[in-house]
Design a protein around this ligand. Structure first.
Ligand code: PLP
Length: 367
């Protein structure tokens, strides 16, 4: 198996072999809806809904990181919805995390109109109750925003024994931090809107699988439904992926430094970070994750204090999403997550660690 360092190194030289003398070394942006295609043109792209050289370059990069073919989508939700529409039929059931990204459950809710039903279960204890009767089982680990984790290998074994397909939403970790396909998942979905793009200026997503039938079904869905990424956004994500390794390492290192200090602060309650030895996720995280991630969650005494903490921190934006270069934080009950009013999800960015900690501490001290 390749290491994350060898994958990161190879990532920057993926296009080398195809380059000819005089070609630009950075990826050109191809804006085109039509392609010259006389005669039998089944070996060319033909039309912009069928393919685009800029998305294909991003798919090659993501495929290199995942160790699997990838299909790119215009957002994380488009990738998730594609798996549901490509793989489910009326009369089938899904199982989703009760504490994962809320829009995934909203898509499943819509599928009820087409005869696909679903149940939910908390990520901690996800294996309890078994998987009989589920065509598709979906987890997010660590789950956003509560940061509980699910044993991917044990879940894969149990789901496969029950005859189901196993999808992991790997958005919170990226393929440099966790490789669910190596641990037995059938499909990875992710929002590359987050750390892979990393500059908070484009939405993007992908589906990865080592099963050719799954990849073909998802590709067919994209071509027919027209759920295609814009070439310019793909170009931005390509650029972002070139520095993912550096940014992800900085963000995870900073989160590891800040988490215990935050936890020790008098204003902070119920802090969760899988990298803390006493965290309920820690032992499993050590086994299945390559890093502990850059998300930290905790509770402040009130909604008002949480808002004041975020707004009062000089190196933090009050904004949703995560994985960008700027540190952001958000009160998650604003987005409908079942958490206390003072619950904060902190997404550590790329600021130098000690400066970031100083700004966080100063804002907490003022509460
Ligand atoms: C953001 C996110 C998504 C959705 O991605 P978009 O690009 O916003 O559509 C899905 N899953 C998780 C875990 C996310 O954090």
């Amino acid at each position: 198996m390749t290491t994350s360092n060898s994958r990161a190194a190879g990532l920057l030289h993926l296009r080398d072999r195809a380059l000819k003398r005089g070609d630009p070394v950075p990826l050109p942006l191809t804006m085109a809806s039509i392609y010259l295609s006389p005669g039998d043109s089944s070996d060319t792209i033909e039309y912009g809904r069928f393919g685009n050289p800029t998305w294909h370059a991003v798919e090659d990069m993501l495929g290199h990181l995942e160790g699997a073919p990838c299909i790119a989508f215009p957002s994380g939700m488009a990738a998730i919805a594609a798996t549901f529409f490509a793989l489910l039929k009326a009369g089938e059931r899904m199982l989703l995390p009760a504490d994962g990204y809320h829009t995934t459950r909203a898509v499943a809710e819509r599928l009820k109109a087409f005869g696909v039903d679903f149940d939910t279960r908390p990520t901690a204890g996800f294996l309890d109750g078994g998987f009989a009767g589920y065509r598709l089982v979906f987890v997010e680990t660590p789950a956003n925003p509560g940061l509980d984790i699910c044993d991917i290998t044990a879940a894969a074994d149990a789901i496969h024994a029950a005859g189901g397909l196993f999808i992991v939403d790997n958005t919170t970790m990226t393929p440099l931090g966790q490789r669910p396909l190596d641990l037995g998942a059938d499909i990875v979905v992710a929002a590359d809107t987050k750390a892979p793009n990393g500059h908070s200026d484009a939405l993007f997503g992908h589906v990865a699988s080592r099963d050719p039938e799954i990849i073909e079904a998802v590709r067919k869905w994209r071509v027919t439904a027209g759920s295609i990424p814009s070439p310019f956004d793909a170009w931005l994500v390509h650029r972002g992926l070139e520095t993912l390794d550096m940014r992800f390492e900085r963000m995870c290192n900073t989160a590891e430094l800040i988490a215990p200090r935050l936890k020790a602060h008098r204003a902070v309650r119920s802090l969760r970070y899988p990298g803390l030895p006493e965290d309920p996720s820690h032992n499993l995280a050590r086994v299945q994750m390559e890093r502990f991630g850059f998300l930290i969650s905790f509770v402040l005494d009130s909604e008002e204090k949480a808002e004041r903490f975020i707004d009062g921190c000089a190196l933090m934006h009050s904004a949703t999403s995560f994985g960008g270069v700027h540190t952001t934080a958000e009160r998650r009950d604003k987005r409908g997550d079942a958490v206390p009013g003072g619950f904060v999800r902190l997404a550590v960015g790329c600021e130098p660690a000690e400066e970031l900690w100083k700004a966080i501490e100063e804002s907490l001290d003022r509460l």
